[in-house]
Design a protein around this ligand. Structure first.
Ligand SMILES: Nc1ccnc(=O)[nH]1
Length: 433
């Protein structure tokens, strides 16, 4: 369907208003317009409202199929990916995940083990249409000395296919050892990474956050938090992060993931937190699949009663930048997943009601995470940009989101890529006891 040629034209593509800035066309109530796309030398040379003359003059007729820009996945853990067969979660809880993943890290995460699993994950993400990905890297000593060099090599290997970003990951209590944490911040800065910590309620949270912000300012780093991944209504570290950002005058980008407890708190508490989050300019990423899996997991095997996700509608209504992302894949934090951002968007639509109207929710998997990750030209379709897009079978939201779209076509630099997924058997050698 996509010509194997340096330049060609596609006619009657269905494009979404939220991801095609600058396209003057007639959009329907679902936000779609029919358009023609010209590709030349790996770039999009023109996008225009569909003209019926295009097909008779030789353009390929896409017959109204949806075309989206390649995905941006801003919160993953590809250092943990695919360890499930050798280290499952014993009971499906967050604590079970933390303990199992920690034990596997200590016992098994050599450079070779990490590199093979990371590469497997990236091949899947690429085949599904992802163009940029941020991964957290467990950075508890001595793992940081093993994982960061592997990450740096992987980033070079994948440059041009997937733009990789790394964020360190450690519990906020790890910041108490200031000498060690400051060294880590320096290491992250050397790798052009992002400074990340997991926040939860500890007595010295404010002081520790101040130190994290001070180190980010010192090294000119963006910040990425895991916050309040719990149903405990007393967990208010999202608010504490916003307050720390305001006090410190921090000017970098801040992305905060999870924020599950916010959805359980009383309205007045929520309003106060959202005011501060908006004022501080924080961006929030929800991880709907992992949250559905871990949150409200019941030891008495009764039925879960809440979805686990945070208040994305309320945030978006206030102008807070919101995204969704993959999070964990086939590890103790989430038993499933393949870094397929269409699956994430499909699940987010069901879990978070990204529909009726769809409005600009598609930005959550493309334009918004691209902005948070400072990736100019990513996550939108526009003339002058790279010809990196995904051609689906679906011609409407209900068609797109009802099937896995395993037969989608991913175009990179104007050419359809090989979408063969890696075989799980490749990892068998890493899974033996
Ligand atoms: N949801 C998660 C929290 C912490 N670490 C992870 O890998 N995943």
């Amino acid at each position: 369907m996509i010509p194997n040629a340096v330049s060609y034209r596609l006619a009657k593509a269905r494009l979404h208003a939220s991801l095609t800035p600058g396209l003057a066309a007639t959009y329907d109530s679902d936000g779609f317009a029919l358009a023609d796309i010209a590709v030349a030398d790996g770039k999009i040379s023109a996008v225009a409202a569909h003209d019926r003359a295009a097909i008779s003059s030789g353009a390929v007729d896409l017959a109204g199929r949806i075309v989206l820009p390649c995905f941006v996945d801003c919160h993953t853990h590809i250092d943990k990916g695919h360890i499930w067969p050798r280290k499952p979660n014993p009971d499906g809880t967050f604590t079970g995940a933390l303990n199992a993943a920690g034990a596997d890290r200590v016992a098994r995460w050599s450079a070779e083990d990490l590199a093979k699993r990371m590469d497997f994950s990236l091949r899947s993400a690429y085949a599904h249409g992802t163009k940029a990905l941020r991964t957290h890297l467990d950075s508890v000593a001595p793992q940081e000395e093993i994982s960061w060099p592997v990450f740096e090599t992987m980033r070079e290997t994948w440059r041009g296919r997937i733009e990789l970003q790394g964020a360190c990951l450690l519990g906020i209590e790890g910041v108490r050892d200031k000498k060690w944490f400051d060294r880590l911040a320096k290491r992250v800065a050397a790798a052009k990474g992002v400074l990340g910590v997991v926040t939860y309620m500890v007595p010295d949270l404010e002081e520790l956050l101040d130190h994290v912000f001070a180190q980010a300012i010192k090294h000119g780093l963006d910040l990425d938090f895991h916050a309040d991944e719990t149903d405990d209504i007393a967990a208010i570290s999202l608010k504490k992060i916003a307050e720390a950002a305001l006090w410190s005058g921090f000017e970098g980008n801040i992305l905060v993931g999870h924020c599950c407890s916010l959805a359980r708190q009383p309205d007045l508490e929520v309003l106060d937190t959202l005011d501060k989050v908006a004022k501080a300019g924080l961006a929030v990423v929800s991880l709907p699949m992992c949250n559905l899996y871990l949150q409200d997991r019941r030891s008495d095997h009764t039925t879960p009663r809440w979805r686990g996700v945070t208040l994305l509608h309320e945030m978006k209504a206030r102008g807070i930048a919101v995204a969704v992302a993959s999070d964990n894949t086939r590890d103790p934090f989430y038993a499933y997943g393949d870094l397929d951002m269409l699956e994430v968007y499909r699940m987010a639509t069901r879990i978070l009601h990204f529909d009726h109207p769809v409005a600009d929710w598609p930005q959550t998997v493309a334009a918004t995470p691209a902005k948070v990750m400072r990736l100019d030209g990513f996550g939108t379709l526009a003339a002058g940009g790279d010809a990196d897009f995904i051609l689906f079978k679906g011609r409407s939201w209900t068609e797109l989101l009802s099937r896995p779209e395993s037969d989608r076509i991913v175009v990179r630099g104007g050419l359809a890529i090989d979408r063969q997924l890696p075989d799980y058997a490749e990892l068998d050698g890493l899974m033996v006891e």
